[in-house]
Design a protein around this ligand. Structure first.
Ligand code: GTP
Ligand code: IMP
Ligand code: MG
Length: 340
């Protein structure tokens, strides 16, 4: 039995979608459960020449044998979810998905408020997906739950019971986190953060399992961190510099240009502590050194890339077990057998 949590170590968009889709196709977990805030997330999954931008369905969907779950802590936008289920028809998502009956529901008015409120849309620079206003209503105890929504009735279930039963039976569970550690309402760069904690402990709570059930916490870092929206970014580089390095990115949900910076080793050390990391997945190594693009063996990486990885391990004291060298699911070096 292995229960793993995947968590972002920076400001989101670290490439969790890529790492999760690889882990699911390789490790074949029985259950893939999504925690996190809600449809403010946008994960990119690239399989061959097909690219999917996913906001609600667990990004492990390409592995067709797993049950897919959305935990009670997650906010659900029924429109977004139902459209994604339809879009992913070829993967039989409909037949495999359970939405916890306690999930909070985002309504139209939450989205309007998120986009029209000056503090949220202009000062914080939210994604405009209604998550903040919906989480406020949840705290006020006036938010609807999934069980109140007729269109969701075919999907409802008790995710905590499903996942705990599976763990008791010795099955493997992979828990997907969204956003990133420094967007956490508690530990991030407040007030430039999202509307909930986004560390591994919260993702376990979102699904309804206790901390003693978790075996592995994999923190995902990208070689050049990015940030969308306002807020401090100590290692940020200028737009010209990002263009020169060819590492400009745009958001999956909002299409906004992502701010880009250099790797912040001390922040990585803190992220490992806040999450209780047991492993690190590093993405975008091909952006750090172009010669690494698509490489699948550690020995074939450049000295520059190897030194970068060693420095991350030295400072965080956590092994880098997964190294992503391109956006495609299989462009990865998997060192788990050697290092764990
Ligand atoms: P959130 O949950 O929204 O934080 O998203 P995420 O962590 O799943 O990341 P997202 O897909 O939004 O952004 C990561 C981007 O990097 C996507 O465009 C991926 O296709 C791309 N990507 C992931 N891994 C690599 C890699 O190793 N190299 C390169 N060049 N691109 C990568
Ligand atoms: P909200 O979560 O939409 O309220 O946005 C609050 C802040 O978190 C803004 O800076 C957003 O850009 C950021 N944010 C929320 N979700 C994500 C994500 O999945 N990736 C990157 N940034 C995010
Ligand atoms: Mg994203």
């Amino acid at each position: 039995m292995v229960c793993s949590i995947i968590v972002g170590g920076q400001w989101g968009d670290e490439g969790k979608g890529k790492i999760i889709s690889y882990l699911c196709s390789e490790d074949k977990p029985n259950i893939i459960a999504r925690g996190g805030v809600g449809p403010n997330a946008g994960h990119t999954v690239t399989i061959g020449d097909k690219k999917f931008g996913i906001r609600m369905v667990p990004t492990g969907f390409p592995y067709r044998e797993a049950k897919l779950c959305i935990g009670a802590g997650v906010l659900v936008d029924p429109d977004v979810l139902l459209k994604e289920i339809e879009m992913l028809k070829e993967f039989n998502v409909k037949e495999r998905l359970t939405v916890d009956y306690r999930c909070g529901i985002i309504e139209e008015r939450h989205k309007i408020e998120d986009r029209e409120d000056k503090h949220l849309s202009e000062e914080i620079g939210t994604t405009g997906t209604g998550c903040g206003p919906a989480n406020r209503d949840r705290v006020l105890r006036i938010l609807k739950q999934a069980k109140d929504i007729d269109e969701l009735k075919d999907y409802l279930g008790d995710v905590s019971e499903i996942v705990n039963d599976a763990l008791d039976e010795g099955k493997d569970v992979l828990i997907e986190g969204t956003q990133g550690t420094f967007l956490s309402l508690y530990y991030g760069t407040y007030p430039y953060v999202t509307s909930k904690d986004t560390t591994a402990s919260s993702f376990a709570a979102d699904i309804g399992i206790g901390p003693t059930k978790v075996d592995e916490v994999i923190v995902v870092f990208k070689s050049f961190p990015t940030r969308v929206g306002a807020g401090p970014f100590p290692t940020e580089m200028s737009l010209e510099e990002a263009e020169k390095l060819g590492i400009v990115e745009y958001g999956t949900v909002t299409g906004r240009r992502r701010r880009v910076g250099y790797f912040d080793f001390d922040l990585a050390r803190k992220a490992c502590r806040l999450n209780g990391a047991t492993q690190i997945a590093l993405t975008g190594l091909d952006k750090y050194d172009k010669s690494c693009y698509g490489v699948r063996e550690f020995e074939k990486l450049s000295d520059k890339a190897k030194e970068f990885i060693e420095k991350i391990e030295d400072i965080t004291k956590v092994p880098v077990t997964l190294i992503s060298t391109g956006p495609e699911m299989k462009q990865i070096i998997d060192l788990r057998k050697e290092k764990l």
